[in-house]
Ligand binder design. Structure first.
Ligand code: AMP
Ligand code: MG
Length: 414
């Protein structure tokens, strides 16, 4: 029996569960990029092409974590201060003068190499300097304030694996290991199109019936964050022939074609039909909300991902389907975004069989509140929310107080 519905799920045909869509991507696609060297200073956002192995210990030598006095723990009295004569002084960057004799303390500063012998460093705040030496307080743990060579990374160990998209702390680690030049994947070349006769770009004034394009700019921004080389494919009209021709032309340069809009079943939706006419379609409907119409296929041998037109749906499907595809092609290991368990401040009902992403604000009380305007076209629901609450396929009802996984929105953006 025909069913009327306002939730865009009215028409028939199976929806592909997200996990299966991601599995298809992993199975069908592999890295397509070349490998090139980059200086460390230019490497943020790039994808490591080879394991980064530590050629040195980090730290290279055992050193002090504080300004203070290096001592033999065994010299310290357990229950009262110990007076130790001071022997030698080592500042950061200097080599220690020699071994420290037993029963003495050595002046030392943060980052300075420990002299041979002592195993513990007293913070200067816990010491009293007297004419006879330094008086150190009891109770310190053996090994305190001492940073052993290789404690961070041992020589020969894997520092970062191939496929890692380099984030600022990674750059710091590689720098500390003395790796000034890295082998990385060449940026993935992506052409980004919008589709729709209603779309306009500034500075053209809006005329009735038109809207400004959001997705091309948003998706290009996401891709820049992922280290892509992005080319602007412009706005495609709602015309089958023009869509097909533009996609085939762009496939000449691109490693990946990305469109938004025109993937539904309306007679003005030409992206899916263009894929079918000029290439092949792998899947085109995924069981997520917002989202659902997501077309994956290829045109002239180049993968094409067709995202839905509503901006929120475009962002969420890019994250769920586009990001794994992008990473696969770019040589990066796809790491799903981290989820944090948050208590829901609201009740929610959903259909079984699809994964839903609910835009939420998380208060200082740690409670997630649903963003009130939740249309798939409401961009402020992204700019003003903190996280996406991810409700699994099998769930049909969420009760207030129930804990659900949330993905911080900021972590989705590269
Ligand atoms: P479609 O998927 O083409 O049917 O588009 C669904 C909705 O998203 C329509 O309201 C479109 O106007 C809107 N839309 C499509 N593409 C864009 C875009 N690039 N920027 C902003 N809104 C868009
Ligand atoms: Mg459209």
């Amino acid at each position: 029996m025909a069913q009327l519905s306002d939730d865009c799920f009215a028409f028939g045909g199976a929806l592909l569960p997200l996990a299966q869509a991601q599995a298809r991507i992993a199975e069908l696609y592999a890295c397509v990029t070349d490998i090139e060297p980059v200086p460390l200073a230019d490497a943020v956002g790039r994808v490591l092409a080879a394991d980064a192995i530590a050629a040195i210990d980090l730290p290279p030598q055992t050193n002090s974590a504080v300004d203070g006095y290096a001592v033999y723990h065994a010299d310290l009295l357990p229950d009262r201060p110990t007076l130790l004569p001071v022997h030698g002084r080592t500042a950061a960057g200097q080599a220690p003068a020699g071994p420290l004799p037993r029963g003495q303390a050595s002046r030392i500063f943060t980052g300075a190499v420990m002299p041979e012998g002592p195993d513990t460093v007293m913070m200067q705040e816990d010491c009293e300097v007297t004419d006879a030496g330094v008086l150190v307080q009891p109770g310190i743990r053996r090994g305190a304030n001492r940073r052993p060579a290789g404690e961070d990374v041992a020589r020969g160990a894997l520092a970062l694996p191939a496929g890692r998209r380099l984030m600022p702390p990674d750059i710091g680690l590689l720098g500390a290991l003395g790796l000034g030049q890295l082998e990385v994947h060449a940026p993935l070349k992506v052409v980004v199109f919008s589709t729709g006769d209603e779309l306009t770009d500034p500075p053209v004034p809006l005329v009735p019936g038109r809207v400004y394009d959001a997705n091309r700019f948003m998706l290009s921004a996401l891709l820049h964050r992922l280290g892509a080389r992005v080319a602007d494919g412009g706005i495609l009209p709602d015309d089958a022939e023009a869509t097909r021709t533009a996609l085939i032309e762009a496939a000449d340069w691109a490693d990946l074609l990305l469109t938004s809009g025109g993937v539904s079943t309306g007679e003005e939706d030409h992206v899916r039909t263009a894929i079918e006419a000029a290439g092949s379609l792998t899947f085109w409907r995924v069981a997520i909300k917002p989202g659902r119409p997501v077309a994956l296929g290829e045109v002239a041998g180049i993968p094409l991902l067709g995202l839905p037109g509503n901006p929120v749906a475009a962002l969420i499907t890019f994250t769920a389907v586009g990001r794994p595809l992008f990473d696969r092609l770019a040589g990066a290991v796809y790491v799903p975004p981290p989820h944090f368990a948050v208590a829901s401040g609201f009740a929610y009902r959903k259909k079984a069989g699809r994964r839903e992403y609910v835009r939420v604000q998380i208060g200082a009380d740690g409670i997630a509140r649903r963003y009130p305007k939740d249309g798939a076209g409401v961009l402020t629901s992204l700019t003003e929310s903190d996280a996406l609450m991810e409700l699994p396929e099998e769930m049909t009802a969420l009760a207030p107080g129930e804990v659900a996984p949330c993905i911080p929105l900021g972590l989705l953006h590269g």
